[in-house]
Every structure is written in C-alpha cells, then in structure tokens.
Design a binder for this molecule. Structure first.
Ligand SMILES: C[S@@+](CC[C@H](N)C(=O)[O-])C[C@H]1O[C@@H](n2cnc3c(N)ncnc32)[C@H](O)[C@@H]1O
Length: 286
C-alpha cells in the first residue's frame, strides 16, 4: 500500500513538473540583453531624483502657464506669495496650441501614442517631434498606486498594464474598465475645492499632461534594444500644490501617509523623431 502511494505520488509529481516547468521558463527571461538587472534598490537611478523633479516642474509650470485662462480659480485658492510668483508667467505664445506643443517648447521633443512598429504589439509611444536627449524624462507611468496589502485582484484580471515597483507597490495604468472607474473615484476623492491632487485626463482623448502615456511603451527584444528605462520617483512633500493637477497618479487608499509613488521613463540614449520608445519589462533585483 505505501509503495503504491509512493508510485502514485511520483507519477503525479512528474506530470506536475512537466506541466509547469515550461510555464516558469517562459516567465523567467534568461537573455541578459532583454532583461534589466538591478544590483540593489538604491542603485536603480539613472537620473538623480532632483533632476527628475526639476524636469517635471519645468513641464508642469509650462502647462499651467499655457492653461492660464482656465487656471484662475486654482490660482485664486493659493496663498498670496505663491499666487504672486505666477503673475510673471506669460500665457503661452499663440503657436503653442496643444499640451504636446508645450512639451516640445519646454523639453525640445514631444511624445504621443500611435500604432506600434512591432508586429502585433497594438499601440506604442513615439517621439513625434524633436529629439529626446539621453537622460531626459520622456514619459510618466500613470495609474492608481496600490500598496502591497491593498486589494487589486479584480482590477488585475487580464490586465497587462499593472507595473510592479521594486518594493512591491503596484501601479495600475489601465485606462479601461474597472481600473478606470477606480482611478476616477480616487482622484475625485482627493480634490480640495478647485485644487486637484492628480490628473485624470490620461483616461480620455484630451490628455492634459502629454507625458502620461508611459503605460503604452512596449517591450524591447534582441533586435530592438530598450531606449528608455523605468525609474521610481516619490513625490516630495514640498511639491507645489497647484502643480499636483498634472500628476497622473493617485493612491488607492486615502489614509496614505507615504509620499505619492510615480514612475518616470528616462531615455537611455538620444531618441530621434519617429522612433518608438521601448523599455525592458523584465527586472531582476539582486
Ligand atoms: C503594457 S501593454 C503596452 C501597450 C500595448 N501595446 C497596447 O496597445 O495596449 C503590454 C502589452 O503590449 C504588447 N507588447 C508589448 N511589447 C511587445 C512586443 N515587443 N511584441 C509584441 N507585443 C508586445 C503585449 O500584448 C503586452 O501584453
């Protein structure tokens, strides 16, 4: 009897191994050219946080200046010293019509979504005008930020837009279905009168922050190496309240004491007009 049981168990284990090993092999990327190795969480920064912050502030201030006629209510809610700093802002020149134009004028390039240059890859993100120099912040990964212990099961079903940070925090960048409803709800919840704490226009066709398309960046391959990489960025408490309306991330829980987690994409080399942005989806943290 124990012999039969052991044989049965051995047989089951063999079939189990064969069924699951190929699946595991598919999910572990052994090719060093198409995976991202992170020696330690602290060594994952291509660009210093201060530089990421400076780039975001430049773009967001320019977006606010461009949108000045619609920002009067926001500016009126600010304390006088902050408000007076914006008095010197000039409205956008007449040729800066769209947020993409503002991006082009501020950073020297613009990005947008279009049909991917990869076979059967759906849409991707391209440098549409100008040149994105090495080290530039080229995109942001929008979405709802979930701590490790927060419920994301239903949102995650069949959802290819969930980004996992090095510390296990998840960002759901899906702009459809339940993910969209959750983002809208959390973003609306955190509003302070006319002051919005996050941007939800990335869920629509009228994107206010043109950088918020990072969830559409496709994966690299052997013949098409990555030209951008992900970098996590925690929004500091000193971040200007009037510019939070351009942050494309919101926390799932309102009782969040931690800084807001954002993820930006940084150019690994100069990326020319017409090139598709490609990142590396595989990360190994040692
Ligand atoms: C985060 S989404 C990227 C946006 C996606 N291209 C779209 O239009 O919705 C990830 C999905 O894009 C597709 N994808 C990404 N990189 C790819 C590649 N190199 N080749 C083929 N499909 C790719 C896969 O379907 C993957 O599940």
């Amino acid at each position: 009897m124990p012999g039969r049981l052991l044989r049965g168990l051995r047989q089951w284990w063999r079939s189990y191994r064969y069924r699951f090993v190929p699946w595991i092999a598919l999910n572990i990327n052994h090719n060093p050219r198409t995976r991202r190795d992170v020696p330690g969480k602290r060594e994952d920064k291509v660009l210093a946080d201060a530089e990421v912050l400076a780039a975001l502030l430049r773009v967001f201030r320019a977006l606010l200046a461009h949108d000045l006629p619609r920002q009067r209510e926001v500016l009126a809610a600010l304390p006088e010293p902050v408000r007076s700093a914006y008095r010197h802002l000039l409205p956008a020149p007449p040729h800066a019509r769209s947020p993409e134009d503002v991006l082009l004028q501020t950073l020297g390039f613009s990005v947008a979504r279009a049909a991917s240059s990869l076979v059967s890859a759906g849409r991707g993100v391209f440098v549409t005008r100008g040149l994105a120099p090495r080290g530039a912040v080229v995109s942001m990964y929008p979405g709802t930020v979930y701590q490790k212990y927060e419920p994301v099961f239903f949102q995650s079903i069949g959802n290819p837009f969930i980004f996992r940070c090095l510390d296990g925090v998840l960002i759901d960048g899906n702009d459809k279905g339940i993910s969209k409803v959750v983002y809208r709800s959390c973003s609306g919840r955190d509003r302070l009168g006319p002051l919005r704490m996050s941007d939800s226009t990335w869920l629509t066709s009228e994107i206010q922050n043109p950088l918020a398309v990072g969830q559409y960046v496709n994966n690299c391959s052997n013949d098409r190496p990555a030209n951008v990489c992900y970098q996590e960025f925690d929004v500091p408490p000193s971040f200007p309240v009037e510019l939070k309306q351009y942050l494309p991330n919101t926390t799932y829980s309102c009782a969040q004491q931690r800084p807001l987690r954002c993820v930006v994409l940084i150019a690994l080399r100069d990326v020319s007009q017409g090139e598709e942005l490609l990142s590396n989806y595989y990360t190994i943290v040692r």
